[in-house]
Design a protein around this ligand. Structure first.
Ligand code: PMP
Length: 365
């Protein structure tokens, strides 16, 4: 796979897209209600399910990841439903907000920023409120670079309590292991601009049989994201609404490349790249926000040394070294910077990024 020589985009999505994938975006439009698109949507769905490790339903939405998170909620819940939202950062808060805006009664279980959720606390929350119907959780919290122990959380939520488990897997599926069916995740959201190596604009949502059972009683308002429409239309190999065809062409190519590489190889490549970044940053004397046992293999959050302004650091890295890093979000805005390393990352990009970090800090000290 070759890459264009451009800015080293080290943000947690959109990720760099290779020329062969970008080229697909210039293909001519086709009839989205015709045979060619039917083959494409069926094959893309089948390959996404393979990577999601699910035999249950999966739908492709023309939306960003937030759309898939919203779809998970509005298709399973009703106003007034009690929901436990496990949040370890900005995206966990967003998931909780969506549920609240649609009228769910949300209890939030919050961890300190930089830490993963404590599974014992999930047990306590579910013991304290037997009426909770669903649990929302972020698998990989992009704002802090922390991965939750989803497998342990799922054992509690599903095996011990039998609740619905709705997962934000936006920055994890396709990059790090997430076994949708064996971890009994009822809905898992992701988005094309993350580890999928495609441009932003398509979102994916797996939807289990349990979710469909909940759907039968769910009364939250929905139209564009009504999964019953997606399911009905998928029987004839169509989406209910006009899809972003150019992105489907790109996704088609990206999925080919992913399956050619192999899912296990993709996971181990992400683990290795992440370790190279963590080691490299620590060798520069910098401290990581996430503890080693929960540090993400797709995003690394680094504490900014005292006296260095995030804005200045990011602009020196960009203007003088051609490396685009991400700042922190919300209360972490002045405290950290983040390195995105999902999708394809070359050794040269790793060295260039570490070089940029070192020299940008030296200049500002
Ligand atoms: N959840 C997580 C964990 C994310 O990383 C993101 C995107 N940064 C989102 C949700 C929201 O996705 P989008 O911006 O595609 O709507």
């Amino acid at each position: 796979m070759s890459k264009i020589n451009q800015t080293n985009l080290r943000i947690p999505g959109p990720t760099p897209v290779t020329p062969e994938i970008l080229k697909e975006m210039s293909r001519s439009m086709i009839n989205h209600r015709g045979d060619e698109f039917r083959d494409l949507i069926e094959s893309a769905t089948r390959r996404l399910k393979k990577i999601y490790e699910t035999d249950e339903d999966l739908h492709i939405l023309t939306a960003s990841g937030t759309g898939a998170m919203e779809a998970a909620i509005v298709n399973t819940l009703s106003p007034g439903d009690r929901v436990l939202a496990i949040t370890i950062g900005a995206f966990g808060d967003r998931f909780a907000n969506i549920a609240e805006i649609y009228g769910a009664s949300v209890t939030v279980l919050r961890s300190e920023l930089g830490q993963a959720a404590d599974p014992d606390k999930v047990t306590s929350c579910l013991n304290n409120d037997p009426d909770i119907k669903a649990v929302l959780v972020t698998h990989n919290e992009t704002s802090t670079g922390v991965t939750n122990d989803l497998e342990s959380i799922s054992k509690i939520v599903k095996n011990d309590f039998g609740k619905l488990l709705l997962v934000d897997g936006v920055s994890s599926v396709g990059s790090v292991p997430l076994k949708t069916d064996s971890w009994k995740c009822d809905a898992v959201a992701s988005a094309s601009q993350k580890g999928w190596m495609a441009p932003p604009g398509l979102a994916f949502l797996s939807f289990s049989l349990e979710s469909w059972k909940a759907n039968a009683y769910s009364t939250m308002p929905r139209f564009y994201f009504d999964l019953r429409e997606y399911k009905k239309y998928m029987e004839i190999g169509q989406p209910p609404w006009t899809p972003n065809l150019s992105l489907f062409f790109a996704l088609d190519k990206a999925l080919d490349l992913m399956l050619e590489e192999g899912i296990a190889n993709i996971h181990s490549r992400h683990a290795k790249t992440a370790q190279q970044f963590r080691d490299g940053v620590e060798d520069l004397g910098l401290k990581l926000l996430a503890k080693p046992d929960c540090a993400s293999d797709t995003i690394t959050s680094v504490l900014l040394p005292d006296g260095i302004a995030a804005k200045d650091f990011l602009s020196v890295a960009r203007l003088e070294h051609n490396v685009e890093l991400a700042g922190g979000q919300q209360s972490l805005a002045s405290k950290i910077f983040r390195i995105g390393h999902l999708g394809l990352v070359t050794d040269d990009e790793i060295s260039q990024t570490l070089h940029a970090i070192k020299h940008s800090l030296q200049k500002l000290r």
